[in-house]
Design a protein around this ligand. Sequence first.
Ligand SMILES: [Zn+2]
Length: 159
Amino acid sequence: MEFSFESVESLIDLAGNAGTTTGKLANAFATVQKLLNKTQAGGDADIKLALSELALQVANAKLANADLKLQLTALKDELHEAQVFKSDLDRYTLWETQTGAIVYRLEKAIQDGEPIHYLCTNCIESKRKSILQGTKHHRSCPCCKAGFSFERQAPISLR
Ligand SMILES: [Zn+2]
């Protein structure tokens, strides 16, 4: 994965710092406005216009910044979910059944008390973990209903 957790964290910090900067800008603007009102008793129309333009820009910057922060936080959550999913999937390997179906199988070495089980490859593609259910001959996915054959059935005896 190209994006790392740390890079998103630092972007969020950056957005936070930019917020501080626009906050300072807003304070400076208020100070200038006070001074102008004092010294010029109403002030020059051009200056007033420039100041209201500046106020608008500060407000916009604040909004854009808050929006950016929200987006980055959502991205961080998404990334975290993807990492949790991936580290869980790392415990499984693609495995071919006796009859040639491909499923994900829990690695024996990292079973960690869980029974051996198999995951649906269709559902993994949609970032969904679905444990196959069924018999040793045939299992199916409870989510997407895909069927997977495992061991060959013993030939039916006609005696
Ligand atoms: Zn499935």
